[in-house]
Design a protein around this ligand. Structure first.
Ligand code: GMT
Length: 375
């Protein structure tokens, strides 16, 4: 099948999922066309079945806002015609589902019918999409998609609650490539980051307020009072600078390493003992799954789709949003001795394996078949 994948090319989870899905589909013989404004960060390898088409938005001084949707829908029309693309799979409703719908209409006017699958990822529904300024367009483009999927049951329910949705939403969870993570490192080189007696705690995100970065710092503050530890803060975003100041105020700046955006996530997780994800909301928590497949237990909030991934008392622990004391207590419970830590590490890995890409990609292929039958 010739499939166009539209996504955000940045470090965010939706772009990562879209990219990994495209690469897996290409391995299964499909022809994949990524269409976005920059080469996706995880798309290191272009191959025979993998194409990338950049959307250019010409700068014109009259425009206060450059019309990306217009450029994207035009690019979709051109690429569908040129490469005889058979299906559009758009990730993240805003503005991709809207642009996809416009492309479909333009193609229909030329007698070309093409189905569109929309995958909802989280903030396109919970934070941004439900804003009154966007809601009518988001509702419309979800309802006009041929098939709609969400990455968790929690996100499906939120979507039904927040929008007037007339379509069935299929849950297709995010996934992980288990084989790729099967002990790729013989030596994690943890001595680069910490002394032998120190535990390594890690947080990875886009440092937006939804991630509750001050909670990450405060949980770590409580942990390091009881056991020697270092905190790895990976990512970039508006909350990073305030986080540095908070570490300074708490007198722990020398125990916290701010690593910025990284393409070495697997290496960082390899030497991590614990992952912190205290988010306000999280449709799935791909970062937690990536930690778990690297045998890193997760201390998280009990919100959104996180409980569908992180199992309380098994792969880690869940606490109420904002309850940093409970999170720290749970972290110390896991770190209390090597035997307990080892048990949680193995459990985290076993839970993560349930989300193996080989189980999930065929679900998307079935969705594509369904989209064809509905278009
Ligand atoms: O977490 C973010 O703010 C980025 C956002 C994105 O669009 O990449 O992540 C969302 O999609 C991911 C992939 O499906 C999910 O794993 C994240 O939980 C979700 N983020 C939120 O719901 C806050």
């Amino acid at each position: 099948m010739r499939i166009a994948i539209v996504c955000y090319p940045t470090f965010g989870g939706s772009g990562v999922v879209a990219t990994e899905l495209g690469l897996a589909l290409a391995n299964r013989g499909h022809e994949i066309h990524f269409i976005t404004y920059k080469q996706p960060v995880r798309l290191a390898l272009l191959g025979e079945h993998v194409h990338f088409h950049e959307v250019h938005v010409p700068d014109y001084p009259l425009f206060h806002y450059q019309p990306y949707e217009l450029a994207l829908s035009s690019k979709l029309v051109d690429m569908v015609k040129l490469y005889r693309i058979e299906l559009l799979h758009v990730h993240y409703a805003i503005p991709h589902a809207y642009a996809g719908y416009m492309a479909k209409q333009m193609l229909a006017a030329e007698g070309i019918s093409i189905p569109m699958v929309t995958t909802l990822h989280g903030t396109d529904i919970t934070l941004v999409g439900s804003h009154p300024n966007y809601r009518p367009a988001v509702t419309f483009s979800i309802n006009e998609s041929d098939v709609v999927t969400s990455v968790s049951e929690s996100l499906r329910k939120d979507t039904m609650k927040l929008f007037n949705i007339k379509k069935q939403i299929e849950v297709v969870p995010n996934f992980i490539e288990v084989d790729k993570h099967d002990f790729q490192f013989t030596d994690c080189q943890r001595s680069i980051m910490a002394n032998d007696d120190e535990k390594i705690i890690t947080h990875i995100s886009n440092f937006r307020s939804v991630k509750r970065i001050p909670d990450v710092i405060r949980v770590f503050y409580e942990i390091q009072r009881k056991t020697p530890a270092k905190l790895m803060m990976v990512g970039e975003g508006p909350e990073k600078e305030p986080a540095e100041l908070l570490c300074d105020q708490l007198g722990i700046l020398d125990k916290v390493v701010f690593l910025g955006n990284s393409n070495e996530i697997d290496r960082i997780l390899c030497f991590s003992d614990l992952f912190l994800l205290p988010s306000e909301t999280e449709s799935f928590g791909l970062a937690a799954l990536e930690a778990m497949i690297s045998k890193v237990p997760v201390i998280s909030s009990n919100t959104g789709g996180i409980p569908e991934v992180n199992k309380h008392g098994v792969s880690g622990y869940l606490s109420d949003v904002g309850d940093v004391i409970d999170m720290a207590k749970n972290a110390l419970e896991i770190l209390k001795d090597e035997e307990t830590l080892e048990k949680f590490k193995q459990n985290a890995y076993d839970e993560a394996k349930k989300f193996d890409i080989n189980n999930i990609v065929p679900l998307y292929e079935q969705i594509y078949d369904k989209a064809f039958s509905m278009a």
